[in-house]
Design a protein around this ligand. Structure first.
Ligand code: NAI
Ligand code: MG
Length: 352
């Protein structure tokens, strides 16, 4: 097949991990006889420096025409001045919104070889296989913001339609898994959460009688996620809760550098990116873990290009590289560590 992929390296370690992941994509293309054409565009701080805007129109145009988008990460201290009018993260929010990518899929499946890097006891981690579906284009991140003298506010809004579509997506995904959905909210306090809970209950009851739905408050969910992670299958939640819970969930896998994501809407186009940020503390040193971005390439192959065999092949190659002890510093836990490029090379070797 032939596919056009837009690459948005972004800032910090973004360019390093996307470069590594693209090497893997090219290797998949060679192995399976596909032609993947890639075009690089600006987003985030790099785009602000070059054009003054975090999401230039040329980038958005290119993404709209592409089959899929691979993104690194955005942001960094040089663009974090609280007085700044534009911030790199605005580019990320804007592109997700503009492409209508309301469902952010974040699978968490700890790899046995990486358990040593997790602070959680290994016996709690065996068999963990969960998928967080985070609502991505609504909620407090997109609400009106105000700043007065000594006071600030962020508005959290959800419509029934926004809740319905993401809960539906979560239930559909649960059908292909173990048929269980946990909806996470703060319905004891927040009105948006009460609407969330009512809507989730109705969608599951009316449209997915074969799926079991349970509700969990976000604060206790934060605890259960560490205490009994094996019990969860699909977790669906609003934007900010999903953001926070998945950084927490990355500790089940051992490192933020292992968790990929897919942001999907109704169409075929999706954005694929690691869940981590631009990691300014390690940027430019060639030591960032590229596995999350490589696993995001697997999700791209699966969800936007329909190449399930190729996706599985990439996932297996990463898994074998880990079995083989190919750890970047974040996973090493005292064992010898390799750099970003060497990790990509290890995956490519396993592909062949
Ligand atoms: P971060 O995710 O960039 O880093 C958190 C910690 O994890 C750091 O110690 C970092 O070195 C480590 N880490 C992250 N990814 C890694 C990898 N692939 N390999 C090895 N270690 C890794 O979060 P932080 O430090 O809070 O934010 C840094 C910047 O990134 C900020 O400007 C933030 O706004 C931005 N950010 C961007 C995101 C995105 O582009 N999707 C998501 C989260 C944060
Ligand atoms: Mg985050």
């Amino acid at each position: 097949m032939q596919a056009e992929i837009v690459v948005l390296p972004g800032d910090g370690i973004g360019p390093e991990v996307t470069r590594a992941a693209l090497r893997v994509l090219r290797a998949v293309g060679e192995r399976y006889g596909h032609r993947f054409t890639t075009h690089e565009h600006l987003i985030g701080g790099a785009a602000i420096d070059a054009t003054g805007e975090p999401l230039p129109a040329a980038t958005l145009d290119a993404c709209r025409k592409a089959d899929a988008v691979l993104l690194g990460a955005v942001g960094g201290p040089q663009w974090s001045d609280p007085q700044a009018k534009v911030r790199p993260e605005q580019g990320l929010l804007a592109i997700r919104k503009a492409l209508g990518l309301y469902a952010n899929l974040r699978p968490v499946k700890p790899h046995p070889a990486a358990l040593g890097a997790s602070p959680i006891k290994p016996h709690l981690l065996n068999g963990v296989d969960l998928l967080v579906v985070r609502e991505l284009t609504g909620g407090i991140y997109f609400g009106d913001k105000t700043r007065g003298d000594g006071i600030a506010s962020d508005l959290c809004t959800y419509t029934v339609a926004e809740i319905e579509r993401v809960v539906r997506r979560a239930c559909q995904l649960a059908r292909q898994r173990r048929g269980h959905v946990t909806s996470v909210d703060k319905a004891n306090v927040l009105e948006t959460s009460r609407l969330w809970r009512e809507t989730a209950t109705r969608i599951a009851r009316d449209e997915f009688p074969d799926v079991t739905l349970e509700h969990q408050l976000v604060d206790s969910m934060a605890m259960h996620l560490l205490a009994k992670p094996r019990e969860y299958d699909v977790i669906v939640t609003e934007n900010m809760f999903g953001d926070i819970l998945t950084d927490e969930a990355s500790m089940l896998a051992g490192s933020l550098g292992l968790l990929p994501s897919a942001s999907l809407g109704e169409g075929q186009i999706g954005i694929y990116e690691p869940i981590h940020g631009s990691a300014p503390d390690i940027a430019g040193r060639g030591i960032a873990n590229p596995y999350a971005t490589i696993l995001s390439v697997a999700m791209l192959l699966r969800h936007s290009l329909g190449l399930e065999d190729e996706a599985k092949c990439v996932e297996l190659a990463v898994s074998r590289a880990l079995d083989d002890g190919q750890f970047t510093g974040d996973l090493a836990a005292g064992r010898p560590a390799i750099g970003t490029d060497a990790a990509a090379t290890a995956v490519i070797r396993q592909l062949q």
